[in-house]
Design a protein around this ligand. Structure first.
Ligand code: PGA
Length: 256
């Protein structure tokens, strides 16, 4: 995982509906992504498209990632896919603990197993945390601490060099830039997450773990979130499905 670069991750979710469209979308961002030297772009399409898209690219500025994996290496787990398998078709990253997976029953304990297995396989892990709503007593901070703490249980210090934390408040996902987090709130969360990581490990380790933001990251809000929010990048959902918008985000991040 390159240091000193902004990390812009495209989370295509379950889109688009065909390989033809996936190739078209990828080719629409490939040129800009190849030209933005201060940015590491990570495209996370549905798993079935990874190997075909990987064939269309040979540089280093774009990497591919999966949106989930199973925690076992191999065996009788119908329908699942292992970190090694996804790596073998070109994925270098994996998104884990996304709120949409958690909504279908994924617990912190399951996320922890996936984090351990993925780091062991040598994948860069994008660990998602995020509260569904905020309360006046700030109990959501406890909830976030618990998400981080449990997901990282038994994860050794050495493996943390391949960890990225994605802060994705559920209340901001899939909306518009106006509903996203404010730069000030983001900055508070940045400090909070670093502090929590310092408590779990130490300051040096915490400083080295990139923190990216997800939840309606769009061309209109990424600049201020980078400057005032101090984020190290973005996990981009709907805006990554429009080549023009995603390219715009890449160009803005490249200037920082
Ligand atoms: P959004 O999705 O950018 O559409 O809000 C982000 C995500 O869910 O990762």
């Amino acid at each position: 995982m390159p240091k000193n670069k902004k990390l812009i991750v495209a989370n295509w979710k379950m889109n688009p509906q065909s390989l033809v469209e996936a190739k078209k979308l990828f080719l629409g961002v490939k040129k800009t992504a190849s030209g933005t030297s201060n940015v590491q772009t990570v495209i996370c399409p549905p798993n079935v498209f990874i190997s075909e898209l990987n064939k269309l690219y040979s540089g280093h500025r774009v990497s591919f990632g999966a949106q989930d994996v199973f925690w076992k290496e191999k065996g009788s787990y119908t329908g699942e896919i292992s970190p090694e398998e996804i790596k073998s078709v070109g994925a270098e990253y994996v998104i884990l603990g996304h709120s949409e997976a958690r909504a279908f029953g994924e617990t912190n304990e399951i996320v922890n197993k996936k984090v351990i297995a993925s780091l062991k396989a040598g994948l860069n892990v994008i660990l998602c945390i995020g509260e569904s709503k905020r309360d006046a007593h700030a109990l959501y901070l406890k909830f976030l601490t618990e998400q981080l703490k449990t997901a990282l249980l038994s994860v050794g210090r050495k493996e943390l060099k391949n960890l990225i934390v994605a802060y994705e408040p559920i209340w901001a996902i899939g909306k518009t830039d106006e509903d996203a987090i404010s730069p000030h709130q983001m900055h508070e969360m940045y400090i909070f997450i670093k502090k929590t990581l310092t408590e779990l490990y130490d300051k040096k380790i915490a400083l080295n773990i990139p923190i990216i933001y997800g939840g309606s990251a769009e061309p209109d809000n990424v600049n201020e979130l980078l400057v005032e929010g101090e984020v190290d990048g973005f996990l981009v959902g709907h805006a990554s499905l429009e080549a023009r918008e995603f390219n715009e985000i890449l160009k803005i991040a490249n200037k920082k």
